[in-house]
Design a protein around this ligand. Structure first.
Ligand code: NAG
Ligand code: NAG
Ligand code: NAG
Ligand code: NAG
Ligand code: NAG
Ligand code: NAG
Ligand code: NAG
Length: 559
């Protein structure tokens, strides 16, 4: 239907929102668990400025297995603050870079050449550690780009944009997940209700896209279902969450196996009412299959986006987290109140198995200039603490990290925090200016007072590969050993944008034994991940965690 008069359209869409709002308020009453006392005495950690400007605003981040981070923004707004090297090809007469490669160890960077528009795109590492990055906007919306890590920092190591292979459908605000067979699924996107796979291969029907009705059903007049949350479960199926709905999906047979209950309350959880989600660590000792829990925090109430985007009225963001035991017979959401409302936060699995909630704002939604009231303090969510004692408010940053900000875990246990640009171009004046700086947040476990408990990895017996189900040893040193408090965790480096940590997962291996080799040296004998559903093939950060304090990680390839 066509609206000649824009105010008629406004009334119509407001009615639609009102209708969906009324429908939802009729839901069953639900119990909210409030915080009654602080969960722990951990210190609030501290912040470190790494770079005052990396030249681009970090809309997207990917850590590679060579400890370099691919940082990129979009290409459709004019100049960034970093030039391409002399002699570079300048697409659209723009000789600035929209991507840089950041070296974590030396804290240095160099500009990269990304040609087509990567605005609001998606990605995942493939089993070889190559970033497969998909879609974007304008001429970039069907483009597949790759970035292969290179050993010595050769300047030849740069973006590669594929010509012969393109996405079947436009992918703008899609989510990717690496699969047990090494393929990558690319699901959803704006006004696209399908999924597809990479690599493309006719024999495997990979050259088609597949309609998924859920992507239509989870859409409302504000959308609120973009960048859906995807988690690969140990049974090989996908958990897909969008807006307030979630399903168990068999992507191999294109069948929805189960619908989970709606997450209670009015709050929407996906873009532009952007919340965040993690699958809690999969623990491989004890029962099989392991308990699988998904945690979703923050977002915004129904109607919040129309108010912020059209009227610049910024309602309070969601205060709640929902936690669901996905493989229960009748899963029910457990709702917990955060210490403050939050939208556009990133959720990151720490090597300790707990979760950091970082970045974002307390009012408004995602979208251009659509949020105010930055939340500067990260929160620690202690996964196994007593109910009502799980949240700890941590030390605040000084830098607002609003729309288009990002955060990822680094192999040394720090959190890399970057980006924030709620404006359509780079703007360095006024409220929430474009943020080009790079910071690290150092969680409590990096405090020097834990040095005697901090393990240090000496070697991984199997070299740098870990085989499914195969036992291997990890030797480490620690000065003050405490029996029974040591484990090995594998963490997949997520592709992060718009509060979505794509493919993020953590697996805690089964420990067979711990042997003391000398005064301060120990060997932990553990079993490789059960299978590729638990841990898809590829590169992981391997941490030894002793008495709640993680080592620095070494990279291993699971295959
Ligand atoms: C938690 O707090 C909310 C808002 O103050 C209140 O409505 C709710 O009853 C509380 N829940 C419990 C279990 O006390
Ligand atoms: C925190 O420290 C206080 C005082 O030292 C102590 O009473 C309390 O039990 C501690 N809380 C936790 C959760 O460890
Ligand atoms: C980016 O470049 C502009 C124009 O040269 C300058 O005004 C601004 O201060 C720079 N911003 C940062 C953070 O370096
Ligand atoms: C990984 O690299 C190997 C060896 O170069 C190659 O044969 C294989 O096709 C690559 N796999 C993927 C998924 O790119
Ligand atoms: C890809 O396309 C560009 C421009 O059309 C062309 O210059 C380049 O040679 C092509 N690359 C390959 C590998 O085909
Ligand atoms: C590919 O699709 C066709 C028709 O949709 C189906 O008959 C065939 O089994 C599929 N092949 C594979 C490998 O999934
Ligand atoms: C944020 O939301 C609260 C609750 O609705 C409101 O009282 C406050 O004024 C809002 N803050 C801003 C800056 O709009």
């Amino acid at each position: 239907m066509g609206f000649k008069n824009p105010s008629l359209f406004m009334i119509f869409s407001s009615l639609c929102i009102l209708y969906s709002f009324l429908k939802l308020t009729k839901a069953d009453p639900w119990l909210l668990v409030n915080q009654t006392s602080p969960s722990s005495n951990v210190s609030g950690g501290n912040w470190q400025l790494l770079q005052s400007s990396v030249g681009v605003s970090a809309m997207h981040l990917q850590l590679l297995p060579n400890n370099k981070v691919v940082i990129f923004d979009r290409t459709d707004f004019g100049s960034s603050n970093i030039s391409l090297p002399p002699g570079s090809f300048c697409p659209k007469n723009d000789c600035t870079a929209h991507s840089v490669l950041y070296d974590v160890v030396s804290n240095t960077l160099r500009p990269l050449h990304v040609l087509t528009d990567t605005f609001c795109s998606s990605g995942a590492l493939d089993p070889n550690g190559t970033l497969i990055q998909t879609g974007g906007f304008n001429e970039g919306d069907h483009v597949i780009r790759t970035f292969a890590p290179c050993g010595a920092d050769s300047v030849a190591c740069d973006w590669n944009e594929l010509n012969a292979t393109r996405l079947v459908d436009r992918r703008w605000y899609a989510t990717n997940q690496v699969l047990p067979d090494g393929r990558i699924i690319i699901l959803g996107g704006r006004r696209v209700f399908t999924y597809e796979f990479y690599p493309k291969n006719d024999a495997l029907n990979n050259s088609k896209s597949f309609y998924l009705r859920f992507l239509v059903e989870s859409r409302d007049p504000e959308e609120n279902n973009l960048y859906p949350f995807l988690h690969l479960l140990p049974d090989g199926n996908l958990f897909i969450f969008a807006n307030k709905k979630s399903i168990l999906f068999d992507y191999k047979r294109d069948i929805v196996l189960k619908q989970f209950p709606l997450i209670p309350g009015d709050d929407k959880r996906n873009y532009p009412s952007t919340g965040s989600s993690v699958m809690l660590p999969l623990r491989l000792s004890g029962r099989w299959p392991p308990v699988v829990e998904v945690l979703i925090c923050g977002g915004a109430p129904a109607g919040a986006f129309m108010k912020s985007d059209k009227m610049k009225v910024f309602v309070e963001a969601s205060r709640t987290c929902g936690r669901l035991r996905v493989n229960d017979e009748n899963p029910q959401w457990l709702m917990e109140a955060m210490p403050m409302p939050r939208v556009m936060s990133d959720m990151i699995l720490l090597p300790t198995g707990d979760v950091i909630i970082i970045n974002g704002a307390a009012n408004g939604t995602a979208g251009w200039e659509d949020a105010v009231n930055p939340v500067l303090s990260p929160i620690l969510y202690s996964v196994n603490a007593q109910l009502s004692q799980r949240f700890t408010v941590l030390s605040p940053s000084k830098v607002p990290r609003m729309y288009h900000s990002t955060a990822i875990l680094l192999p040394d246990g720090r959190i890399l925090v970057a980006g924030s640009n709620p404006h359509t171009t780079y703007v360095f004046t006024g409220l929430y200016p474009t943020e080009l700086s790079l910071e690290a947040y150092n969680p409590f476990y990096l405090d020097a007072k834990f040095n005697s408990l901090r393990p240090s990895i000496i070697s991984v017996e199997s070299g740098s590969t870990v085989s499914y189900g195969r036992r291997f040893g990890v030797s480490f040193s620690v000065s003050l050993f405490r029996q029974g408090t040591v484990s090995v965790a594998l963490i997949w480096p997520s592709f992060t944008t718009h509060s979505t940590g794509m493919s993020q997962r953590m697996v805690v291996l089964n420990t067979a034994s711990v042997v003391q080799l000398s005064m301060a040296n120990f060997k932990l004998v553990v079993d490789g991940p059960t299978n590729a559903n638990v841990a898809p093939p590829g590169y992981y950060m391997l941490f030894v965690v002793h008495s709640g304090i993680p080592s620095h990680a070494v990279w291993v390839k699971v295959m």
